[in-house]
Design a protein around this ligand. Structure first.
Ligand code: H2U
Length: 348
């Protein structure tokens, strides 16, 4: 019997990490008697005098933010990584540890407290991309910074501490393990084929056209074949770019546009300010050429069925490997068919 990816339980391979996800499409009809949470209706002011990130306000450590009018970055007052940590090792039998140096920054996307990426103008998102480029360049040029991780936690559900539109950057001497996996798989493919693994994958997706959510002149947004989170999306450039600094001004506009459209579709899916963790994976800043790298941005959103019902990574996922019910193709189809106009402006 031929395997039918819409019916039969199967495993899918993540070509970037070497990990597998169990897909159980036959379970999508199972009854739900789980937790139902209440949706909080958010109506935020443009300025909040109690927000640590609004322009002109005093932060938790007593520093005052400038009256910034576009984006603003500062060193995290409670940084998880510090620049002056001893880089020595401890090897005591089976107890191993190593000092880790790094720098953590907070990036305010806009002075307007009420906005999220989906509600910002495309030109405002272009400014966010510009500050990511600048920070990647400046931090990456520093001694002992071999990787620059740009990310955003959005929504209280993801542990975000403040609704003001912002993200973070953690830059450090080690290459984090998620990134290292992608380094290894992309390098192996590059050495074997002299081509980019992710660019070849995007080519195959453009032929299949089953998982593409949005395509514009320079970027694709798709639900990866191996997606773990129900509505996971990857945004990647069509051109083989190793890092965000190589995005041209023309491409930046396409990038900003596709970020706005993906986040708008997300909000429209369950008519809520959609929570997610977003991260950009790109070439390390360790001085190596890294031609194998193809940069990409991934959104991992926890919601499954509604604004209140989320997917839990528990049980089998914790002890065996990730599992999903709705297929990547079903999720892509749902997202593709959603409006690219924000529901708050079109209540019906
Ligand atoms: P999250 O919302 O993703 O937690 O990010 C907010 C970061 O902002 C968090 O890491 C920092 C926190 O340490 N922060 C400051 O650096 N100064 C402040 O006054 C408040 C929050």
């Amino acid at each position: 019997m031929k395997l039918n990816l819409n019916e039969h339980p199967h495993r899918r391979f993540n070509i970037l990490t070497g990990e597998w996800v169990l897909v159980s499409p036959h379970r999508t009809k199972r009854p739900w008697q789980g937790k139902q949470e209440k949706t909080a209706v958010e109506n935020r002011p443009e300025y909040d005098e109690n927000c640590y990130l609004c322009p002109g306000n005093t932060r938790a450590n007593g520093e005052v933010n400038p009256q910034y009018t576009s984006t603003y970055s500062f060193t995290n007052d409670f940084s998880a990584l510090l620049p002056n940590t001893p880089s020595t090792e401890i090897n005591e039998g089976l107890f191993r540890a190593r000092g880790e140096t790094g720098i953590c920054k907070v990036i305010c996307f806009s002075p307007d407290h009420s906005l999220t990426l989906s509600q910002m103008e495309v030109t405002g998102i272009e400014e966010v991309i510009s500050i990511w480029q600048k920070e990647y360049h400046e931090l990456g040029a520093m001694e002992n910074i071999n990787y620059v991780q740009i990310f955003e936690n959005k929504g209280a559900l993801m542990g975000c501490s403040n609704p003001h539109p912002h993200g973070q950057i953690w830059a450090q001497v080690s290459i984090p393990q998620e990134v290292q996996k992608k380094c290894d798989f992309q390098l192996a493919y590059w050495q074997e084929n002299q081509r980019s693994l992710l660019k070849d994958y995007l080519g195959q997706e453009m032929e299949a056209r089953e998982r593409i959510v949005i395509e514009n002149d320079h970027f694709l947004a798709l639900v990866p074949f191996w997606a773990v989170w129900p509505y996971e999306v990857m945004i990647a450039p069509k051109r083989h770019l190793q890092y965000i600094g190589q995005v041209s001004d023309e491409e930046k506009s396409s990038f900003a546009q596709i970020i706005k459209e993906v986040t708008t579709k997300y909000d429209n899916l369950f008519k809520t300010s959609f929570p997610y963790s977003m991260g950009i994976h790109q070439s390390p800043t360790d001085g190596q050429p890294h031609e194998e790298w193809h940069f990409h941005m991934s959104f991992y959103p926890p919601l499954l069925r509604s604004a209140t019902v989320k997917k839990f990574m528990v049980g089998y996922e914790m002890f065996a490997n990730p599992q999903r019910d709705i297929t990547a193709e079903q999720a892509a189809n749902t997202l593709r068919n959603l409006s690219h106009k924000h529901y708050s402006q079109h209540p019906n």
